[in-house]
Design a protein around this ligand. Sequence first.
Ligand SMILES: NC(=O)c1ccc[n+]([C@@H]2O[C@H](COP(=O)([O-])OP(=O)(O)OC[C@H]3O[C@@H](n4cnc5c(N)ncnc54)[C@H](O)[C@@H]3O)[C@@H](O)[C@H]2O)c1
Length: 258
Amino acid sequence: MSGFAGKVCVMTGAGGGMGLAIARALRAEGCAVTAIDPKPAPSDFAAGAGGAARYVQGDATDEALVERTVSDAFENAGRLDYLVNAAGVAWYDRDGAIAEMEMAVWHRTIEINLTAAALMARHAEPRMRRTGAGGAMVHIASVVGLRNMENILEGGPIDAYQVSKAGLAALSRSLAMQLAPAGIRSNTICPGAVLTPMTAPTYEADPSRVDAMVARTPLGRLGLPEDIAYACLFLLSDKASFITGIDLVVDGGIMAKL
Ligand SMILES: NC(=O)c1ccc[n+]([C@@H]2O[C@H](COP(=O)([O-])OP(=O)(O)OC[C@H]3O[C@@H](n4cnc5c(N)ncnc54)[C@H](O)[C@@H]3O)[C@@H](O)[C@H]2O)c1
C-alpha cells in the first residue's frame, strides 16, 4: 500500500495480537511506529527492515506517560501522521451483568478500552494538526459495540466491555467531525471473533467454543490478526481519503445475519 514511507504513527496495544500485526505491517511499509503496551516488547516488533520502531513498556491510562511518549515521537521525527488505538482488555470471567459485577472491573475496563484511547487522541491531535499534512486515526472497537453479543464463556452479558467499545465508536465519530476541517480522519474497525492472545486461552480451554463461533460466522473461520491489520492500513492510507466517521466491520459476515 502506498503513502506510508517517512510517516509517523503512535499506537497502543502492540504487545500482541492485532496491534502487533498492525505495527509490523506499518513498519514494513516504511512508517515509523512508537507503541505503548505493558507487556514486554515482542521479539518481532522491531524485526526486519522498515520504519523506525520504539516500544515503551507502560500503561496507556497513565496520562503523563502518554503525553511524554507522543511528544517524543513527534519531536524526534518532526511530524505525526497516524494514531492507532488497539489496546484492550476483555475479562470474560469477571465482566458480566452490571447488577452483579465488581465495579472495579467496570472502572478498569472503561479506563483501558476507552479512556486510554481518549488520552492518546488528546495528545496526538494537536501534534497531527501541527504537522499540517492531514493524517488518520483508527480505533479498534468491536462488533459488540454495535450490537449485543454474548460473552464467549458461558453466554450472558459482558457489560463493561460492550459499553467501552460503544463509547470508543462514539468518540471516533466525534473526533471525525472535529478533525475533518484539518483533513484528519477518524474511523473504527469492529472485529468479530479473532484468534489472538486475548481469546486463545478461552478457545483452547474449550474447543467447542471455536466450533460455535465458526458455525455462526458465514465465512466459516475465526479472524486472524492480519485480517484486521489489512483493514487498518487501508483506513489509514490515502486510498481511504474520503472515509471518515465510519465503523468498518471485519467479522466474516456475523453482523450481516439476522
Ligand atoms: N480478539 C477478538 O476476538 C477481538 C474482537 C473484537 C475486538 N477486539 C479488540 O481488538 C483489540 C486488540 O485485541 P487483541 O485481540 O489483539 O488482544 P491482545 O490481548 O493480543 O492485545 C491487546 C493488547 O492491549 C494491551 N494493553 C492492555 N492494557 C493496556 C494498557 N493499559 N495500555 C496499553 N496497552 C494495553 C495488552 O497488553 C495487549 O498487548 C482490543 O481492543 C480488543 O478489545 C478483539
